[in-house]
Ligand binder design. Structure first.
Ligand SMILES: [Zn+2]
Length: 408
């Protein structure tokens, strides 16, 4: 009898090992793959991933990027032009990570030639680190997405998606109340921008919490966080794995201008749907207006501010005066550092420490960045705006949160 039980026990272990071994063996997907595409850039911005690189193709009928598991294949549109492939031209578009079902995947380029299908494995030509990404909290749940490239006898890109709760020191959103401490920002009557920004930001944090989004502030009192370096305004979103960075500001016009209204600043080369949604939701909820400011305006209440050629010139001459090599910037470069330096390579972060006066963004080469918006909620020196910004702060907060609720 004892021998029989031992026999059953060993058979059970054998069956267990056999099935588990096979369940995880997605590497069999590589068996018939002998073609490669070269990845020269991949990054996550906000909740989306982009991949680009080179592949040799001719006379193909269709091209897709596929996440292949043992029992499924997720397919994404891929662009191809002159030997180069890319997922999207927008930094905040491409592969929506939060939708990917829990599983293990290998990533391929799938090319269809008439009746024939060929899979190309991905060879990593970058020196980026592996990526760990937590999805935005939904019903108190998150997925952990791990992205790795391997080189063995074959090169491949591996993605695993697991159910894993957001760690205590990770957050969905970083809220940045602009200015603070020695820097009061704009002021009017008895009010300063720094104090109103903070009041609104604290209310926004509570409201995010009430809809299940975890958020953290760059400052919680009247202090001035350093812009760069460790524990700084720009390092916080990277440190806490934030998907979104919302910087709260108030505008101020010169005395001749008599208007108020909302301005939402978005990064260059972004799909502006969410920026438009932020602007319209704030206008509706706070019963305010879109700003009439025309400089850098691209849509109702939406602004994309990049360096002008004058800005580029003055940056170069500052470098010459201070004796460092000029930054690699152009008229495509994002103007606001809170937008530019929080998005890593996607938004062209460049504060690499060469100018000793302003320090270093430790993450300027990061291929993971937070999707950033700078909100100028109204004009502090325009009474109709100021009255609302003092008395009706919850309405502005509701507008911002409504835009997040509408996002899928
Ligand atoms: Zn400001």
């Amino acid at each position: 009898m004892k021998k029989f039980l031992l026999f059953i026990f060993l058979i059970s272990i054998g069956i267990f090992i056999y099935f588990n071994f096979n369940k995880n063996d997605i590497y069999t997907l590589l068996d018939d793959v002998n073609l490669y595409a070269i990845v020269d850039k991949y990054y996550i911005y906000g909740t989306h991933m982009n991949i680009s690189g080179s592949i040799d193709l001719s006379n193909y009928s269709d091209i897709k990027l596929v996440f292949k598991s043992l029992d499924n294949e997720l397919s994404y549109d891929l662009n191809y032009n002159n030997g180069k492939f890319f997922v999207s031209t927008f930094i905040n578009d491409g592969i929506y990570l939060d939708d990917i079902p829990i599983n293990d995947y290998l990533v391929f380029i799938k090319v269809i030639y008439g009746d024939e299908v060929k899979y190309y494995s991905l060879r990593n030509d970058t020196d980026y680190n592996d990526i760990s990404y937590y999805t935005v909290t939904k019903n108190d749940r998150n997925n952990l997405i791990s992205i790795k490239f391997f080189k063995s006898d074959k090169d491949y890109m591996y993605v695993s998606v697991k159910d894993k709760k957001l760690p205590d020191n990770y957050y969905d959103v970083v809220i940045d109340p602009g200015h603070g401490g020695e820097d009061p920002g704009a002021s009017f009557s008895s009010y300063t921008e720094a104090e109103l920004n903070l009041e609104i930001a604290l209310k926004l944090m509570k409201k995010f919490d009430s809809i299940g989004l975890k958020s953290i502030l760059t400052r919680i009192d009247d202090t001035f966080p350093s812009p760069y370096g460790s524990n700084s305004r720009t390092s916080l979103p990277y440190d806490v794995g934030a998907k979104y960075f919302i910087s709260i500001h108030l505008n101020s016009s010169d005395s001749k201008m008599r208007y108020g209204g909302v301005e939402v600043y978005a990064p260059n080369k972004a799909n502006l749907d969410f920026a438009s949604s932020l602007a319209s939701n704030i206008v509706n909820s706070a019963n305010t207006t879109y700003s009439h400011n025309e400089a850098f305006n691209v849509d109702r209440g939406v602004y994309v501010r990049t360096f002008t050629s004058e800005d580029v010139k003055s940056s170069i001459s500052e470098a010459h005066n201070k004796g460092y090599k000029p930054y690699p910037i152009s008229t495509d470069t994002n103007y606001y550092f809170m937008i530019r330096e929080t998005g890593g390579i996607a938004t062209g972060a460049y504060i690499d420490g060469r100018n000793k006066d302003i320090g270093k963004n430790n993450y300027y080469l990061s291929n993971v960045g937070a999707e950033a918006y700078l909100l100028e909620l109204g004009y502090i020196n325009y009474w109709p705006d100021l009255n609302k910004l003092v008395d009706n702060q919850d309405d502005y907060v509701d507008g911002i949160v409504n835009a997040f609720k509408e996002k899928k």
